[in-house]
Ligand binder design. Sequence first.
Ligand code: ZN
Ligand code: ZN
Length: 277
Amino acid sequence: MPNYICTTCGVQYANIDSPPERCPICEDARQYVNWKGQEWTTLEQLRTEHSNIIKPIEPNLTGIGTQPSFAIGQRALLVQAPQGNVLWDCISLIDNDTFEAVVAKGGIAAIAISHPHFYAAMVEWSRAFDDAPIYLHAADRGWVMRPDSAIVFWEGETHQLSEDITLIRCGGHFAGGTVLHWASGADGHGALLTGDIIQVIPDRRYVSFMYSYPNLIPMSPEAVNGIIQAVEPFSYDRIHGGWWEYRVLEDAKASITRSVARYIGAITGEWFPTTAP
Ligand SMILES: [Zn+2]
Ligand SMILES: [Zn+2]
């Protein structure tokens, strides 16, 4: 029997007898319900219509994304680390080709996810890799639609997964909104893997922050300051966002500082460019 997957957010549900009536993640103000009405698919169906692209991003970091794009369209990241690989964020599709490609890179020892929009088919990924633990922040516990014994709810402000990898609770977009600090990323200068908790934008010298991206609901100055304070103690030079090519390639710490100043200036009316060229 299949577990149903929402076609708009890509999250897989516990239900197997019949599709759920509603998707609370899509009904939330941060998402939206399919214009044609709530629709569901299954992993089996996805495998017939989609495949995954697996691409190196930088040394020891590999992107895994679905084509054609499905649901929110994020790609996951595999961090290859001596103490065990970590899958950062998740996607709905896992198939044999993906499994074999990930095994060839050392498999998955743990999964960590930034927030509920990217929970995707996390339990399927865990099961494929020997019930790898799935680290989610406890503040978002209520958004888990397929509970499983592999899920580890961590609490507090940081959680060290290994010598090299620390989960940092930023809040903001979700109460448990998490980013991953990878100390040996960016040639040892450190990298942040941020999903959309810190959103890389088309001007890749900057990042931004929203309570809802599709519905364009901004965040308060307090919430944005909370994010910058959470990452302040960590060294990093690069940010990998939630989508292909959405990366701040250098000087990332300064980019967060100037982005927060611009964002707070804009929502408080203190900053606005007024001059024509
Ligand atoms: Zn949904
Ligand atoms: Zn999101």
